[in-house]
Design a protein around this ligand. Structure first.
Ligand code: PLP
Length: 415
């Protein structure tokens, strides 16, 4: 079959990655550190990344359409960020006191994101989601959380669907939200679009209605902008007319280094202050790490409205080119998009919820597309998500579009 021949070609061309994988597997379960990045027979072992280029341990170069799952805004090893981080490290980045570098990043987020008046830092988006859940529970005196099927707020157990205290309903289904909401829910957690769930945009009035319903039931509305903050200077809330009680942030705000944060109104966020009697105690040895804060600040400073508009327009064109190429090859495919983040779904209709996306994910055809692109020097994710950074130029994007066209032709030829 096509998939078997692609796997053989991959094995022949990535012997260094195979060796790296077997060595890693003796030290790291499964030879990896992130479930989502694994794919058979073994993931590519990357050695370096510069700008829009990645190099594997065999010395092969790839165009980076993953950007560390949207966290790299300006590409790999972007020098203003690496310099800012290096300066922070040289000054002592583990000072265990509040620091100006943290304040500078917080000030920038407050200036940009409408609902954010105060910022509390963590080390990852997952930790920020956990803090948001703790804060919502503390503020409301309730335990349960309402989330969306396919929503992803990090890998912490209390935030994974299927655990007690988490109720899950389909995305874009207001009736289901209405039925599930009761006066026992501490918060509704939503992403402006389902990110890991398939880059599925929300219907225009869906989230404003969800926020209203949440408030009518005395629950908080938490908006997870960990991915979406790259799509607009003020996050997608500024586009959707939302004023969340808590905004969860991460990825791009660390300029490529680990960070997370929650933001919101002064009154609510002050519950996390050490000086607040009966508040929430929140600590972390590396909270708001100074190298990440410095890299994040310079990254956002170079990400103004016009830079984002250009990037989103380029993503729109790439989505169109991929859709056209699939149609020409008679491969059933649709591309969903939110700003500069895209997902290729091998179906003729765009999914509106995670169940529809799952039905066409994890198929041999999608695995074949991923491998065909890798073998053509294009680094994408196994699940079909890609995103672009400002490091990709017009030629890079043209090359990416052509690679998709060739990959689709290859898939079609094998049928
Ligand atoms: N929230 C969303 C929307 C995400 O996409 C992610 C990561 O993919 C997270 C939270 C978790 O962030 P982190 O991986 O930094 O823990």
């Amino acid at each position: 079959t096509l998939l078997e021949s692609l796997l053989n070609e991959y094995r022949a061309r990535t012997q260094g990655s195979a060796a790296a994988h077997w060595r890693a597997a003796a030290a790291l379960p499964g030879g990896e550190t992130r479930s989502t990045t694994y794919h058979p027979p073994y993931p590519l072992a990357l050695a370096t990344g510069h700008g829009s280029r990645l190099r594997d341990v065999d010395g092969t170069d790839y165009l980076d359409l993953v950007n560390n799952y949207t966290s790299l805004m300006h590409g790999n090893a972007w020098s203003p960020a690496t310099r800012a981080a290096a300066d922070a490290l040289a000054d002592g980045a583990a000072l265990s006191s509040p620091h100006e570098r943290q304040v500078a990043l917080a000030e920038l987020l407050i200036e940009r994101v409408p609902s954010v008046e105060r910022v509390r830092f963590t080390n990852s988006g997952s930790e920020a989601s956990v803090l948001a859940a703790r804060l919502a529970r503390h503020a409301t005196g309730r335990d349960r959380l309402l989330m969306f099927d396919g929503g992803y707020h990090g890998s912490a157990p209390p935030l994974l669907a299927g655990t007690p205290d988490v109720v899950t309903v389909p995305y874009n289904d207001l009736d289901a939200v209405e039925k599930a909401l009761d006066n026992d829910i501490a918060a509704v957690f939503a992403e402006p679009f389902l990110g890991a769930g398939g880059v599925i945009p929300s219907h225009p009035d869906f989230l404003p209605a969800v926020a209203r319903l949440a408030h009518a039931h005395g629950a908080l509305f938490v908006l997870d902008e960990v991915q979406s903050l790259r799509n607009h200077p003020g996050g997608e809330q500024s586009q959707l007319g939302l004023r969340p009680d808590i905004t969860v942030m991460g990825k791009v705000i660390g300029g490529g280094l680990p960070i997370g944060a929650i933001g919101g109104p002064e009154q609510l966020l002050s519950l996390t202050a050490a000086t607040t009697t009966g508040g929430l105690s929140h600590s972390g040895t590396f909270n708001g790490h100074l190298a990440a804060a410095a890299a994040g600040t310079v990254t956002l400073q170079h990400l103004d409205a016009s830079a984002i508009d250009q990037l989103n327009l380029a993503a729109h064109k790439l989505a169109d080119a991929i859709t056209t190429a699939a149609a020409e090859a008679r491969i059933p495919a649709t591309v969903t998009r939110a700003g500069s983040i895209l997902n290729v779904h091998l179906s003729t209709t765009a999914p509106v919820n995670a169940a529809q996306a799952r039905a066409v994910a994890d198929t041999p055809l999608l695995a074949a597309l991923h491998l065909a692109l890798l073998l053509d020097g294009i680094y994408t994710t196994p699940r079909g998500m890609i995103n672009i950074s400002t490091a990709l130029d017009a030629d890079d994007l043209e090359r990416a579009a052509q690679a998709y066209a060739q990959a689709f032709q290859r898939l079609a030829g094998a049928e």
